[in-house]
Ligand binder design. Structure first.
Ligand code: PLP
Length: 431
């Protein structure tokens, strides 16, 4: 098997069905102290894995031995990668590395405690300030990861009996956030603001959060943010945008998809974004009104009860924010690569999705076809991730091509040449 799904596949976009026990939890009259026989949890889980293997959907981690810009060394081979989220090519930038080293030298590595204990260092405070200023919000609050930021914010905002309306293709952690908060989760068809309106209207009395990805992580298209903001204003619902893939890439100075849509703090009071994608580092934040940040400081459990990120990491992320804001040429180079890829792919009649962001999925339909394509590309020295169910809906398996400012024109051309050489699946229709 070729390059399966690595990091991207830690995400589960679809909600996995609650797994029914394979055998009853208790069978009266069987042996044991209380007359009950328990199901062995490890065995049950192993059975689910076997089922997934039988369906050809097993996932595995591959170890990258060395990374240098878009080049990765895997199993003794140097491969040109089109699967990282390092959209601006900042992950290996000398200024990030220098900032990281300087603070690690001076302060050590670990923050040693949660923010509210004694883990909140000057580097965190400076980063929060820079993020708030960049996104045009009063304040920002750091979290250890995007997953934790969404869980924490949603669990603080929502409770039982509340309504959480979400795009069907939202990231897994937004879905989990609503579910774990005990809210009633309703999912509307992708990008359909009218359907979202109908779902909100069903429970006009319930407190409601409408949550959406700004840029959809597996599709690369944008949410209809202005329509959703208008809807939320009419319905008295709160709008939350997860801009993991928009920050650094879209909008004035890379301030993200919300800034690009011209929406301020009043329209989008809850703005979340990550530092592990275009900013090339790790971690995440929620930005918004000072009152919201104060409230999250009290009630977001994933903030309160989790160790602060290493201060050296915060310093590296601050260097990344500065570069992302000022190096407009990175966004221009990225845009040129996106255009070059799309033109080439259109000439080849490849099943391109309608996206103008660095996420350029090629929709192949069947999971086996996506995996075969990824394997064929790898044989030609290219690493592109096949994304299969349950990360995407059944029948919508794809190659998730991602582009970066670290790619040169000849890299994009090499990818197009390799895609041109792929055997075409019979009856495969362009999108
Ligand atoms: C990657 C991602 C996250 C999770 O962020 P991590 O920092 O990787 O945990 C959340 N939302 C979206 C839309 C993402 O793409």
């Amino acid at each position: 098997m070729g390059w399966g799904e690595g990091e991207a596949l830690a995400l589960t976009m679809t909600i996995e069905q609650p797994r029914a026990p394979l055998t009853p939890n208790r069978s009266p009259g069987s042996a044991g102290g209380t007359g009950a026989k328990r199901v062995d949890l490890l065995q049950r889980l192993a059975t689910h894995t076997s089922e997934r293997a039988a369906a050809g959907l097993l996932r595995r981690t591959r170890t990258i031995d060395h990374a240098e810009g878009p080049w990765l060394e895997v199993d003794g081979r140097r491969l040109l990668a089109f699967c990282s989220n390092d959209y601006l090519g900042l992950a290996g930038h000398p200024q990030l590395i220098a900032a990281f080293k300087r603070v690690a030298d001076d302060e050590g590595v670990g923050s040693t405690a949660a923010h509210l204990v004694c883990g909140h260092r000057r580097e965190h405070a400076m980063l929060e300030e820079a993020l708030a200023e960049w996104t045009g919000r009063e304040r920002a609050l750091l979290f250890s990861t995007g997953y934790m930021a969404n869980l924490g914010a949603m669990q603080a905002l929502l409770g039982r009996g509340d309504l959480c309306v979400q795009d069907r293709l939202n990231h897994a952690c937004l879905l989990d956030g609503a579910t774990l908060a005990g809210a009633t989760l309703k999912r509307y068809p992708h990008g359909d603001a009218a359907a979202a309106a109908r779902q909100l209207a069903v429970e006009p009395g319930a407190a409601a959060l409408l949550a959406t990805d700004g840029v959809f992580s597996m599709d690369g298209d944008r949410a209809p943010l202005r329509e959703l903001a208008t809807l939320c204003r009419h319905e008295g619902a709160t709008l939350m945008v997860d801009d993991a893939h928009g920050l650094g890439v879209l909008g004035p100075d890379g301030a993200g998809s919300v800034a690009e849509a011209g929406l301020g703090m009043r329209e989008v009071p809850v703005l979340m974004a990550t530092l592990g994608k275009a900013l090339g580092t790790h971690g995440a934040f929620v930005a918004g009104p000072a009152t919201l940040i104060e409230d999250l400081t009290q009630f977001a459990r994933t903030f309160v009860y989790s160790t602060a990120m290493p201060p050296a990491l915060a310093a590296a992320a601050l260097a990344a924010v500065r570069l992302a804001r000022t190096d407009g040429w990175r966004r221009e180079k990225l845009a040129a690569s996106i255009a070059r890829f799309r033109q080439g792919a259109a000439r080849l009649d490849l099943p391109l999705a309608p996206s103008d962001t660095p996420i350029q999925p090629l929709l192949l339909g069947d999971a086996a076809a996506a995996l075969a394509a990824a394997t064929a590309l790898e044989e030609r020295g290219l690493l592109v991730t096949a994304i299969r169910p349950p990360t995407v809906p059944v029948g919508q398996a794809r190659l998730r091509v991602t582009l970066s400012a670290a790619h040169e024109e000849e890299h994009v051309d090499r990818l197009l040449d390799a895609l041109a050489a792929l055997p075409r699946a019979h009856g495969q229709a362009p999108v």
